[in-house]
Design a protein around this ligand. Structure first.
Ligand SMILES: Nc1ncnc2c1ncn2[C@@H]1O[C@H](COP(=O)(O)OP(=O)(O)OP(=O)(O)O)[C@@H](O)[C@H]1O
Ligand SMILES: [Mg+2]
Length: 245
C-alpha cells in the first residue's frame, strides 16, 4: 500500500512548552482507515492539525502526497490548491471550522476558494445538502445551530470538493444515535470508495467498527500501541492504564 501520509520522528510543543507529541513515527496507506485513540490531552487533535498543515513540528518530518509539509511548500500555489482540495480536516470543535454567514456559504467555501465555477459549486452543494438532509438549514447562520447540527454541517462542508484524505477529529461527538449511525455509515462508504480516513475518537465502538488499524497515543505523548482493533481493544488492562475505559 502506497503511503499517503508518512511521519518520521515527529516532536511538537506549543510555544516552546512541554512536548505534546514525542517521537511519532507513522505511515498511513492509501485507502486505509486509521483510528487514533488516547486520553484527553495526549495529542490526537494536534497530530491531525499537523497532518493538515495548520501547525508545523519543531522536529521530524511529515510527508503528505510525497511532499514534506512546511509553511514554504504551502505557499506554492499549485501544491496548496492540490493539498487543500485533497485533504479535509473536521475540527473537534465545530466553532473553529464554521466561519461563514450561512450554511450554504459554508458548504461552498472551499470550492469557491479553489476557483470552481458557480454552476459546479451549486450542483455539489445541493447534492451534499440533500444527502445530509440539511436543505432546511442552508440559509441559517451556523452559529445559531445546535451542537449536533453544527457537527453535521461541518462534516458536510468537507465533501463538496471530494477530498481523498479525510482527517476527522471526534466525528461523532454531540450526535444523537441516529446521526451517529449516519456518520458511521458515511465514513465506511467513503472508505470503501477509496478515500483514506484518519480519525481521533474516544468511542471504542466506532474504532472497532470502522478502523482497519488503531494507534494509541499514551500519557507520554508517544505511540504506545499499534495494531488491529481486535488486538488493541481486547486488552482491558492496557486500555485501563491509558484511560480508555
Ligand atoms: N493552542 C494550544 N496552545 C497551547 N497548548 C495547547 C493548544 N492546543 C492544545 N494544547 C495542549 O496540548 C496538549 C494536547 O492537546 P490535544 O488537543 O492535541 O489533545 P487531544 O488528545 O486531542 O485531547 P482530547 O481528547 O481532549 O481532545 C494538551 O495538553 C493541551 O492542553
Ligand atoms: Mg482532541
Amino acid at each position: 500500500m502506497k503511503p499517503i501520509v508518512e511521519i518520521k520522528d515527529l516532536s511538537f510543543s506549543y510555544n516552546n512548552g512541554n512536548s505534546v507529541l514525542n517521537g511519532i513515527n507513522l505511515q498511513v496507506g492509501e485507502g486505509e482507515s486509521l483510528a487514533i485513540l488516547g486520553m484527553n490531552g495526549s495529542g490526537k487533535s494536534t497530530l491531525l492539525k499537523i497532518i493538515d498543515g495548520l501547525i508545523f513540528p519543531q522536529k521530524g518530518e511529515v510527508i503528505v502526497f510525497e511532499k514534506t509539509i512546511s509553511e514554504k511548500c504551502l505557499e506554492e500555489k499549485e501544491f496548496r490548491f492540490m493539498f487543500r482540495k485533497e485533504v479535509a480536516l473536521l475540527f473537534q470543535n465545530s466553532e473553529y471550522q464554521l466561519l461563514c454567514e450561512n450554511v450554504k456559504e459554508e458548504l461552498s467555501f472551499t470550492l469557491f476558494q479553489l476557483g470552481a465555477k458557480v454552476s459546479e459549486i451549486e450542483k455539489r452543494v445541493n447534492e451534499v445538502a440533500s444527502f445530509f438532509e440539511i436543505d432546511n438549514l442552508l440559509d441559517k447562520s451556523p452559529h445559531n445551530l445546535s451542537e449536533g447540527e453544527k457537527k453535521r454541517i461541518a462534516f458536510a462542508s468537507l465533501l463538496p470538493q471530494n477530498p481523498s484524505l479525510l482527517l476527522l477529529d471526534e466525528p461523532t461527538s454531540h450526535l444523537d444515535p441516529k446521526n451517529v449511525k449516519f456518520i458511521k455509515n458515511l465514513i465506511m462508504k467513503l472508505n470503501e470508495s477509496g478515500k483514506t480516513i484518519v480519525f481521533a475518537t474516544h468511542e471504542l465502538e466506532l474504532a472497532k467498527e470502522i478502523a482497519k488499524r488503531v494507534i494509541v497515543i499514551g500519557k507520554d505523548h508517544s505511540i504506545k500501541r499499534e495494531g488491529s482493533p481486535l488486538q488493541i481493544l481486547e486488552d482491558a488492562h492496557f486500555l485501563e492504564e491509558e484511560n480508555l475505559i
